[in-house]
Write a new protein. Sequence first.
Length: 338
Amino acid sequence: MSRTTPGVRLLPNAITVLALCSGLSAVQFALTDNWIQSIAAIGVAALLDSLDGRIARLLDATSKIGAELDSLSDAISFGVAPALVLYVWQGHDSRLGWIASLVFAGCMVLRLARFNTLQDDTEAPPYASEFFVGVPAPAGGLLGLLPLAVTAKFGGGWWSMEATVWVWTVAIAALLISRVPTWSLKTFRVPAKAIAPLLVGVTMLAAAIIQYPLLVLAIALILYLIHIPFAVHRYHWLGKHPEAWDVPARERRAIRRAGNNRRLGLRQPHRPLRRRVAGAARKSAGGGAHHTTASTPSDPTTSESNQPPPRQRRTQPNRRSRRRIGLRSRHSGHSDHT
């Protein structure tokens, strides 16, 4: 692979600096009471943050200074900026609000520091790369602004009360430093047959964002919170099934279905069908043989000794039944065939 030119190597770092400027601009918008612009600035910073790392890997322009710059940018854009926006929104004279803002910013910095140390963890299981440890920084910054987004869309309510906002802020800060696994889109692969439907969905999502930006953002953040229990279940399930670590998603679904059938005591769906088909085949074979025997005319030249004794099979149970009740057969000394 050819060496990347110095100008191209600066592109990921330039995107990171743009994300930093966008995040800090959210504070300036909050000071002028432009709350929608503040939320949009944090959203743009999150979008740019998702691009810089991918572009750096694509161009083979990763560097240590880029990784450090990315962490500092995330700490300011998704930790300091959202905390200050919330503090300005709820008023400047709230001591409880300032404490909650400090807790949020501090937890964001701790979360990023742990993320950097986990990059060098060689003892992690193979499936660990599919999950984040705790809520990632961009999602945490936007989740902290969820009460502000709902208030900007629907007006004031219980979600805009001071106590609710600060409790929510501390709860999101706890998710940032928690060990709760959340899904990572870095390892998400789109099948070839799903590319066209996905592009249609992206088009519809872009149209919805343009028309109803705050509503779409609120719904997306709520869905993200709902996915956390499913991510925890998936993480623990992978930990108990090493055979599913390095297999495609389709084989994982097959393993999961097989485990569910065994746990519920269900049979495989194709076994009863085979038994019914085999039974029907035996019945048809037996019926055909009986029909062939009955429809074959008897040969008058054939002696009776060569014929099967059907009456003997029918009279033997009667003879045994007479013996059981103490009666003698009338023709006990003669043969059944006359």
